[in-house]
Write a protein that binds this ligand. Structure first.
Ligand code: FES
Length: 585
């Protein structure tokens, strides 16, 4: 009888009531795939492949998988690829956010159910990276992230173009009649010039950067463009490194602690990252048994300058950030704000990794030096008040300075459909001083908290040259969007949050410096409205939608399912510091 293996093919046996028989027939079926006994003794590395014909951002996954497999084989392992749900942002209805937790469950359960000693998470598009991290952290086997990498830019009349900040900028110009229908079609050809993820500091780029900051990706891996040979070499190195992790049993729970997440928040602020990252990072941390609050984000926001001059905050693109040295150079520039003694997948600490970083000769155009930041502090800022008792978030670095303290009358839209039908109505009594309020677009109300929080400016104001107004909702917005936009209001209106009580003409005050968002109405008026409030009917009676509706948490809690954010047991400091990898010493 073949010796019993507790790893690789011998892990997690199918239950036939006789473990020896389970091992015996598993080997027989593995041989049907051409594996010989000797090969099956090696560690098995799963590749969680989220490629799909419905995901334009992941079209380079065949190339990356080939390079990953080369690295895994050269490291002494057996690569086995398996599919998971893919979430292509632009091809998923009503919104990918509704399925992030489904993908996290799929990833978690397929890693746990299938015999693998380590796993590469191959993702990229917005929700895929957080979903994969949530799932893999919950399983806790050695794990490394590899992302698709950003697209390269296109050009239109000598100007560089990229998805999707420029998609939005040109759509605004089209709505304002500054660009005609022929021009907008020509531009459409150039917005997504190659495969890869959106090439600005949107959610995909942000989450890749945070995976790197958490220590779960090889240094430099976040910003390499999808089409560059460096991206494939990164894949090869990822595969090889994972074998070292398996040998050292360096699992996510032995890498991540509260300091890792504080580093990630600091990097989030320094890159001027997506508001979506606040939700995702909170959910990922909870899977690691760590509770983040909006006050944690506020603390780091106050002390961290925005350094990365990439759209939508700045003028450049991800390929420029890569040429400037990428996230390692950003982290080096804020090294004093990071906790450098935390472990990473290299087997070295953050500080040891940074000591090895070579600084390119001219990086300062895209990554600003500390003494001349893009914004001195406060990339993402939470606000609280009687309109958002559990908080809301605003991307201050992409907002208009003159609107950061604004008081104005509300114009309320009850749904996306209501907004679509009335926003451009010439009779809508709207001025630039109004505050646009959109409700019933939160996690439950949306459903799925769609990226509709960056409400369009009414056409008649666009034609007057108005480009920004205060907008408030319980929705999210794309990380590529910009404007004075308050998002993630919690609790959401569909469950009776105060946004549900606002009426046209009510005075709303946003005061970003003092972190306030208030509705100026006496408490007895609010109480009266609360009593008369009729909540919208539930969207779902069955299936995944019903599960989502019944169990999704609010934005400030990360929008995970209430039954999933159960922590793994983290080892103590001494145990974590005893980890040593061959490649990292
Ligand atoms: Fe996939 Fe933007 S649509 S990253």
């Amino acid at each position: 009888m073949k010796k019993v293996l507790k790893r690789g093919i011998g892990r997690g046996l199918t239950n036939y009531g006789d473990p020896d028989f389970s091992r015996y027939i598993r080997r027989a079926f593995a041989k049907s795939m051409g594996y010989s006994d000797g090969e099956l003794d090696r560690p098995i590395i799963g590749i969680a492949n989220s490629g799909s014909g419905f995901n334009s951002c992941h079209q380079n996954f065949d190339d990356l998988t080939e390079a990953l497999k080369r690295g895994i084989l050269s490291g002494g392992g057996i690569p086995i690829e398996f599919p998971t749900i893919s979430l292509g942002e632009i091809f998923t209805s009503p919104t990918t956010m509704m399925f992030r937790n489904l993908m996290a469950m799929d990833t978690e359960e397929m890693i746990r159910a299938q015999p693998m000693d380590g796993v590469v998470l191959l993702g990229g598009c917005d929700k895929t990276v957080p979903a994969q991290l949530m799932g893999a952290i919950s399983v806790d086997i050695p794990t490394i992230c590899l992302v698709a990498g950003p697209m390269m830019t296109g050009t239109y009349q000598g100007e560089r173009l990229g998805a999707c900040t420029d998609c939005r900028q040109y759509w605004i110009k089209y709505r304002a009649d500054e660009v005609d229908s022929n021009q907008i079609e020509t531009i459409n050809d150039q917005l997504c010039a190659t495969t890869g993820t959106c090439m600005v500091m949107g959610t995909a780029s942000t989450m890749a950067a945070l995976a790197e900051a958490l220590g779960l990706m090889l240094p430099g891996g976040a910003s390499i463009p999808a089409v560059m040979a460096d991206r494939r070499r990164q894949a090869e190195a990822t595969g090889r490194t994972l074998l070292d992790l398996v040998a050292a049993d360096l699992t996510p729970s032995r890498i991540l602690d509260r300091r890792s997440f504080e580093n990630a928040i600091t990097v989030l602020m320094a890159i001027g990252g997506s508001t979506n990252a606040v939700i995702h990072l909170t959910a990922i941390a909870k899977r690691a048994g760590i509770q983040l609050t909006l006050n944690d984000f506020d603390h780091h926001s106050k002390i961290t300058p925005v350094l990365v001059d990439v759209k939508p905050n700045g003028q450049n693109y991800m390929e420029d950030l890569w040429r400037s040295g990428g996230i390692p150079i950003v982290m080096k520039e804020i090294e004093d704000l990071l906790q450098t003694d935390v472990m990473t997948v290299t087997g070295s600490t953050v500080g040891q990794n940074l000591a090895r970083v070579e600084t390119p000769s001219s990086w300062q155009k895209v990554i600003r030096p500390r003494q001349s930041p893009l914004v001195s502090d406060g990339g993402l800022v939470p606000v609280f008040g009687n309109l958002a008792p559990d908080g809301a978030i605003i991307k201050k670095s992409a907002a208009s300075p003159h609107l950061l303290h604004h008081r104005g009358p509300a114009i309320v839209f009850d749904s996306v459909e209501d907004l679509y039908h009335r926003l451009d109505d010439s009779d809508l009594p709207v001025t630039q001083d109004h505050v646009l309020v959109l409700r019933n677009v939160g996690p439950i109300g949306g459903p799925g908290m769609p990226e509709v929080g960056n409400l369009s400016i009414p056409k008649k104001l666009l034609q007057q040259g108005i480009r920004d107004m205060v907008r408030i909702s319980d929705a999210r917005m794309s990380g590529t969007a910009f404007g004075t936009i308050v998002l993630h209001v919690a609790p959401e209106s569909a469950i009776g949050g105060p946004l549900a009580l606002v009426e046209d003409g009510d005075l709303v005050e946003l005061d970003v410096v003092n972190r306030k968002l208030d509705l100026h109405l006496p408490e007895q008026v609010l109480a009266q409205r609360r009593e008369n409030l009729i909540l919208p009917s539930p969207h779902f009676q069955r299936g995944y939608g019903k599960l989502f509706q019944d169990h999704v948490e609010q934005a400030d809690q990360g929008c995970d399912f209430d039954f999933l954010s159960v922590s793994v047991q983290l080892p103590d400091e001494e145990d974590r510091s005893s980890v040593r990898l061959g490649s990292g010493e």
